[in-house]
Design a protein around this ligand. Structure first.
Ligand code: AMP
Length: 272
């Protein structure tokens, strides 16, 4: 049975044995289930959090529209044998008068950060706050949100937080579309077209020269005019610097819209 917890006080009362932690915003799918499965395998206890974090949404973004599916999330947690589901009210995370935020300079400003100002500040702040409340030994994140992983790894390293960040591969539909809570907003036609994003990432794999590689990926994306590209970039890991050749660790990142639905994806290049 998964025990539902609502308050910081209930968290403090948990036994202090080794805890695996999977933070999410709910609307759970098989991508989240993969993180939970890994945590359940690797830790005596697993805690899942479901919290739609207001500070990581911009004023014009989909905070109020974000899907909230608590009963189904609880059922998935039960199915995956998760020990605890922490679903706090915003006041538990941000007590009245909260004024403290975490910023990871540079990394928070590029890629998604350029188009979603304040997003990674909100993410870093909520994850730090959750780490402080949950005190996990290991925390699991999806490569689907690779920039988020990079930002959080830097935060943990800089602040010397006693938690290990575990990054799990992106779970995809059979046609390559990365699972996302936002996929449910796609129309049938958009859903059919959306795998072009992954095809574009694959088209870029064999090329080392970034300008050529981006041209190939862009040509692939151009086959689906309904996809409105926001950015397509190759950057080094873990510093997210612009590069002109793929050498050492690097990834290609893409973001764009089908209608109002924003989708992101990425692929890490195999090291030479
Ligand atoms: P969110 O969907 O924002 O609630 O994400 C919660 C966690 O699940 C984050 O660490 C995401 O990177 C991860 N996640 C979301 N989608 C996927 C996916 N398709 N594959 C693997 N992890 C995912």
């Amino acid at each position: 049975m998964t025990q539902v917890l609502r308050t910081a006080a209930e968290l403090r009362a948990l036994p202090r044995e080794s805890l695996g932690f999977v933070p999410t915003m709910g609307a759970l799918h098989e991508g989240h289930a993969a993180l939970l499965r890994r945590s359940v395998q690797e830790n005596p206890r697993t805690l899942l959090s479901v919290f739609v974090n207001p500070t990581q949404f911009g004023p014009a973004e989909d905070f109020s529209r974000y899907p909230r599916t608590f009963e189904a999330d609880l059922a998935l947690a039960e199915r995956e044998k998760v020990d605890y589901l922490f679903a706090p009210l915003p006041e538990e995370i941000y007590p009245p008068g909260w004024r403290t935020f975490i910023e990871v300079e540079k990394l928070q400003e590029v890629l998604c950060g350029k188009y979603r100002p304040g997003h990674f500040r909100g993410v870093a702040t909520v994850v730090h706050r959750l780490f402080q409340l949950v005190r996990p030994h290991k925390a699991y994140f999806g490569q689907k949100d690779l920039q988020q992983c990079v930002v959080l790894e830097k935060m943990v390293a800089d602040l010397g937080l006693p938690v290990s960040i575990e990054i799990c591969p992106t779970v995809r539909e059979q046609d390559g579309l990365a699972l996302s809570s936002r996929n449910r907003y796609l129309t049938a036609e958009e859903r059919e077209q959306a795998p072009v994003i992954y095809r574009a990432l694959l088209a870029a794999q064999e090329e080392k020269e970034v300008s050529l590689l981006l041209a190939r990926a862009r040509a692939m994306l151009a086959q689906v005019p309904a996809f409105e590209l926001q950015y397509l970039e190759v950057r080094s890991l873990p510093n997210l610097e612009e590069i002109s050749r793929v050498e050492g660790r690097a990834a290609i990142f893409v973001a764009g819209y089908f209608g109002k639905t924003r989708l992101i994806d990425n692929r890490i290049f195999k090291s030479a």
